[in-house]
Design a protein around this ligand. Structure first.
Ligand code: TYM
Length: 332
């Protein structure tokens, strides 16, 4: 490869991404292809840390792959693949796990949250999830990792694991940097704007799915929880309005001051409608693209097979060096 920096990122196969996934991460993946070498993957191995229906997981993985393409990831420009197709991730994960402390993993807030949510199945995969994530990144020696703010702690751990490995075995891994957008790194729930927008929210109105139709998107925004004030301005304590202003600003390119002037003398109802219509229109090409890509199973298969071959070729070079470094006997 050339001397461009290498980007790696992944997303769980939920089938349809949330507006949070889109704004915080995926929206940037397409444009980054023009400046960097990019490797993106649908992380089906991470998904099975919580119980999955196998038929649905397969379907959701394929849909997520098609949806990434609809969001602008071009398998000709990036390496786009499905995690379980590339064995080096699991192989490296074992070695990194032997260089990760129990205490470090115990401090992960996502583990604590998820073990509360899935109290009947606190499996060891849920616990070692961040080690697999570190392996995803380090198997390519990625420089930058575009993610939302909720993944920052996992990324710091990946850096710590890489650093420890380098100290034990000699400088080898690049320390990956998070690439977190300045605006929109944490899109909040529409029903409780102090919480992150998440697909697992029990209230379907809390979360916009990027494949929701226009009417659904507008309806969800109209029901968004705001405050008892009536001023449309970005201010501490106005979590609901701040969240809507952030979303509107991202899709219109307008600053918060410009938005405040635009809605001067208007009420929350007008503002919510404008946000809903803007988001629905901006997501329309993604819905159309997804309908096309997801129909063409043969093309999808060709893309994910080629993606996996390229990813394996790339990561095998790195992981086989790691095998040698830790003292595994060369197969020749
Ligand atoms: P996942 O699938 O939960 O989310 C995918 C991306 O979306 C971002 N995100 C958000 N950003 C802003 N506001 C929100 N409400 C919001 N919700 C989600 C996430 O930060 C993420 O960037 N463990 C990862 C997937 C992963 C990965 C990796 C990422 C596996 N291996 C290696 C980077 C590098 C996850 O579960 O993301």
């Amino acid at each position: 490869m050339d001397d461009k920096k290498l980007i790696f990122s992944g997303i769980q196969p939920t089938g349809t991404f949330t507006l949070g996934n889109y704004i915080g991460a995926v929206r940037n993946w397409g444009p980054l292809q023009e400046e960097y070498n990019c490797i993106y993957c649908v992380v089906d191995m991470h998904a099975i840390t919580v119980r999955q229906d196998p038929v649905k997981l397969r379907q959701n993985t394929m849909n997520s792959y098609a949806l990434l393409m609809a969001c602008g990831v071009d398998p000709e420009k990036s390496i786009l693949f499905i995690q379980s197709h590339v064995r080096t991730h699991a192989e490296l994960s074992w070695i990194l796990g032997c260089n990760t402390q129990f205490g470090e993993l115990s401090r992960m807030t996502q583990f604590k949250d998820k073990s509360q949510k899935h109290a009947d199945d606190i499996n060891s995969g849920l616990f070692t999830y961040p080690v697999l994530m570190a392996a995803d990144i380090l198997a390519y020696n990625a420089d930058l990792v575009p993610v939302g703010v909720d993944q920052k702690q996992h990324l710091e751990l990946a850096r710590n694991i890489a650093q420890r490995f380098n100290q034990r075995y000699g400088d080898f891994f690049t320390l990956p940097e998070p690439y977190i957008p300045e605006v929109g790194a944490k899109v909040m729930s529409l029903q409780d704007p102090t919480k992150k927008m998440s697909k697992s929210d029990e209230n379907p109105n809390a979360c916009i799915l990027i494949l929701d139709d226009k009417d659904t998107i507008i309806r969800k925004f109209k029901r968004a929880v705001t405050d008892s004030d009536s001023e449309i301005c970005y201010r501490e304590g106005k979590d609901g309005i701040n969240n809507l202003m952030t979303i509107y600003s991202i899709f219109t390119g307008k600053s918060f001051d410009e938005i405040t002037s635009e809605f001067d003398g208007k009420g929350y109802g007008d503002f919510k409608l404008a946000v809903g219509e803007t988001v629905a229109d901006a997501l329309e090409p993604i819905r159309t693209g997804f309908a096309q890509y997801s129909k063409d199973k043969a093309f999808l298969k060709k893309c994910y097979t080629e993606g996996a071959e390229k990813a394996l070729r790339y990561s095998h070079r790195i992981v086989s060096k790691v095998y040698r470094k830790v003292g595994f006997v060369d197969m020749g």
